[in-house]
Ligand binder design. Sequence first.
Ligand code: F6R
Length: 260
Amino acid sequence: MVVVVAQDYDTMSREAAKIVAEQVRRKPTSVLSLATGATQFGLYAELVRMHREEGLDFSQVTTFNLDEYLGLAPDHPASFHYYMRTRFFDHVNVRPDRIYIPDGLAADIRQECQAYERAIRNAGGIDLAILGVGRNGHIGFNEPRTEFGSRTRALFLAKRTIEANARFFGGDENAVPRQAISVGIRTIMNSRSILLLASGKAKAPVIAQTVHGPVTEMVPSSVLQLHPDATLIVDEEAASQLKPSPEGFVPGPGTRTMVY
Ligand code: F6R
C-alpha cells in the first residue's frame, strides 16, 4: 500500500482533494464513495474550492455515502445526509439523482440495503472509495469482527464509536443512535481504488496496525493491505507510529510518500 505522510492537516486535505480531482478529471462519470466524520472536513472544503475556482466539474459523477445512522431524519444536524448537504452537495454540481446515501428511516431496512448494493452495481461499481478510520479500525461503520465478506446491512455500533461520535450530538452519548446502515467490507474492497485519510495522534496506533499489523477482522482497516490500489494520506501525528519503509521515501512539497 502507498502511504503519503503530509506535514499537517491542511496538506493532507489538499493532497487527498488532488487525488479525487484527478479521478474526476480523468473519468468525468466516476463513481465515488464518500465518508463523513471530522477528518473529511478539509477535503470537502478543498473540493468545493476547486469547483468554484478551478471549475472542477461533478455534473456526471455519482456518489454513494458509506453509511448513515438508523432512525435519524435527513434534516437532523448529526445525520450524514445533513453533513453531506451542508459541507459538499449544496456547494458543488453533483446531480441530486446521482447522490446516494442510505436511508436510515426506510420502512424495510433489509430491502434498503439490498437496493443500495444493486444501485452500486448498476452504476458500474465504485471507482474511488474515500474512507476515514475509527480508532478501533472501523471503516464505514464496519466495526471489529465484521466479516470481510460483508455487504451493505444494518449493524450495531461499537461502544467506542458511540463514545467517539457523541461530539456530534452535543456530547450526549445517549443521543447517539445504536444502529446504522453501512456498506460492507466486501463492497469497499470491490472499489477500483481506495483512499483513506487519517489525522491526529489518536489515530497513530490504528494507522500502524492498518499498515504493519496482521490482516484481521479485529482491525477492519487492516484488510486494505490486500487491496491492489490503496493509498493512505495521513498527517505527521497519525503517521507517528509507522516504521520506515525498507524502500525509503519519495519527498514532495510538504509530503513524503512510502510504499509498504
Ligand atoms: C463515517 C465513516 C467513519 C469515519 C470514522 C472516523 O462516514 O465512514 O468510518 O470515517 O469514524 O471519523 P472521524 O473522521 O470523525 O475521526
